[in-house]
Design a protein around this ligand. Structure first.
Ligand code: G4P
Length: 525
């Protein structure tokens, strides 16, 4: 197979959802269809149970599981599918944002009873920013849920994307009879079964009397009415609108009962994009370029504290990656080769000799990489699109063991390179501030500093509303601002200027007083 065919058959995506909507279950069923696993129940949920937010064993367990399930590759029909896992717990949302920069499309799972929930809304913002094509799977149709038309309206208004149903449910809950697959014009009758696929009947003529035989008179009439309404309200499905990130096709089913999943997967491989061009600071990189290039979007530290090694996850953006070939680490300006790159098939990590654009390779590393690093065959290009978002919680980090100052410093540096949280150094008093998305990250940092670096930290409160990156074309005004706000100025890890606003009011005042300064809430602008 030539390079182009290899790349064209790749589908790299993430499943996102609010916790408990059914992401793990759907992932597992997709793997089942791909023959990558053979029994249901083989994929462990990587979520930290709500009751155990402070249970360290849970966090460690999660780290152990999540390396195995970080990427799940499998073959389906003629396609190579890579599912990128995203952490379930909202305190690790930043990790999920970064993972979304490495996918070419997304499947959103929604619980039919709960509709669109907060976490989904936040993640969709990132998809919208990047124009990532999304498909929606409305799950748990075997339970009483919201009306499907209401759900579609909710998705449209809450997620800010047009929708087009490609399958349609016949009832829900106890009287759920199945779905009509609009895309393939077939009827899929529901028989609850956790392991196997239920019956699909080709059905081109909805007016055929046979429909009554399968679903009964009342439901047949309702289905015909619903479909007529759908054809009237929604325009024809246009794959280009989907690829542009403007339109989400919607499927209904029950992941737990392996129902509606094959339809989703079949449509997905057919229409989801193969690897797309990626922007760098210098130029757009086309996936079919033969020269390898890629970027690090995730770093996973080793579980064994005695060996400070980690795995850097690289998304291949162009060409072919080969084992034992020299590649350039752009930030360090040095050549490196990798004797044991791994790829992820099903839940196994295997050494690979080659991988293609769209694939993810895991590179064993001893601290050379940080999130966002570019790796190429030699060309000096820098991949963009791994922004940090303004954190939501802030604390001063202080040394609690004066003998271990060095260890603490090293630990903080490496954890920040891994993207665990963000570090800001206050320019006024030199104190270090850690910004996170949730409380759990502070606990993880403290725990890992102690167990991996032998350093002890303590947290001290600081009241901050937002950290924003500032810039201006007006150098004098920028200087003036920094002088006036010197107590609130900090530098991020890259040395960029950050304004620490302690209230919304202060931020608004600053914005109105300094019209020539731009305040950004993500680090990339
Ligand atoms: P998540 O990864 O999105 O957090 O969700 P997960 O797949 O773990 O599913 C959350 C719960 O919802 C699980 O139940 C799962 O069995 C259930 N579930 C998933 N899909 C369906 C479906 O189509 N119908 C119904 N009725 N339930 C579904 P749990 O009791 O929390 O966990 P478990 O003990 O069953 O693993």
């Amino acid at each position: 197979m030539d390079l182009k065919d290899e790349i064209n058959r790749r589908r790299t995506f993430a499943i996102i959802s609010h916790p408990d909507a059914g992401k793990t279950t759907l992932t597992e069923k997709l793997l089942l269809f791909g023959g990558a696993i053979h029994i249901a129940g083989a994929v462990k949920s990587n979520k930290i149970k709500k009751t155990a937010t402070s249970d360290w064993m849970e966090i460690e367990k999660q780290r152990g599981i999540s390396v195995a399930t970080s990427v799940m590759g499998f073959e389906y029909k003629d396609y190579k599918i890579n599912i990128l896992d995203t952490p379930g717990h909202q305190d690790f949302a930043e990790d999920t944002f970064r993972t979304l920069t490495a996918v070419d499309s997304v499947i959103i799972v929604i619980d039919s009873a709960k509709g669109v929930e907060t976490q989904t809304r936040k993640l969709m913002q990132v998809c919208r920013m990047r124009k990532t094509p999304v498909m929606v799977f409305i799950n748990k149709m075997d339970r009483e849920g919201k009306d499907p038309f209401d759900l579609l309206d909710e998705v449209e208004s809450e997620l800010g994307i047009h929708v087009r149903p490609l399958s349609w449910p016949i009832n829900s809950g106890a009287s759920f009879k199945g779905v009509y697959n609009i895309h393939q014009t077939s009827l899929n009758l529901y028989t609850p079964n956790k392991q196997t696929v239920s019956e699909t009947i080709a059905f081109n003529d909805l007016n055929s009397k046979e429909l009554e035989d399968f679903v009964g008179e009342r439901d047949a009439a309702k289905l015909r009415d619903d479909l007529e309404l759908i054809e009237g309200v929604y325009s024809e499905f246009d794959v280009n609108q989907y690829l542009a990130g403007d339109l989400a096709p919607v499927f209904f089913g029950s992941a737990l009962n392996t129902f509606g999943v094959k339809e989703l997967l079949d449509c997905f491989v057919e229409i989801a994009p193969s690897p797309r061009p990626v922007e760098t600071l210098e130029r757009t990189v086309n996936p079919y370029e033969p020269a390898f290039s890629g970027f690090v979007f995730k770093i996973h530290a080793n579980m064994d504290p005695n060996h400070r090694s980690c795995i850097a996850f690289v998304k291949i953006c162009s060409g072919k990656f080969e084992r034992n070939v020299n590649y350039k680490h752009i930030r360090h300006g040095k050549m490196m080769k990798f004797s044991a790159p791994t790829c992820f098939m099903a839940q196994k990590k295997e050494t690979v000799d080659e991988a293609y654009a769209g694939d993810i390779v895991g590179l064993p590393d001893t601290g050379n990489f940080k999130i966002g690093d570019s790796l190429t065959a030699g060309e000096n290009i820098h991949f963009k699109g791994l922004p940090s978002f303004s954190p939501e919680m802030f604390k001063y980090i202080e040394n609690a063991d004066p003998m271990k100052q060095k260890q603490l410093q090293k630990g903080i540096d490496q954890l920040m390179d891994e993207g665990v949280a963000q570090l800001f150094v206050n320019q006024f008093n030199g104190r270090k501030i850690i910004g996170t998305v949730g409380q759990l990250q502070f606990e993880v940092i403290q725990y890992r500093l102690l167990h991996e670096y032998g350093a002890q930290c303590k947290w001290e409160p600081i009241h901050l509303y937002k950290a924003c990156w500032i810039e201006s074309d007006d150098a004098a005004e920028l200087e003036n601002f920094k002088k006036r706000k010197y107590q609130y100025m900090a530098k991020d890890k890259e040395g960029r200027d950050v304004f620490l606003a302690d209230s919304n009011y202060v931020l608004q005042m600053a914005q109105s007083d300094f019209k020539n300064i731009k305040f950004h809430f993500t680090s990339e602008f």
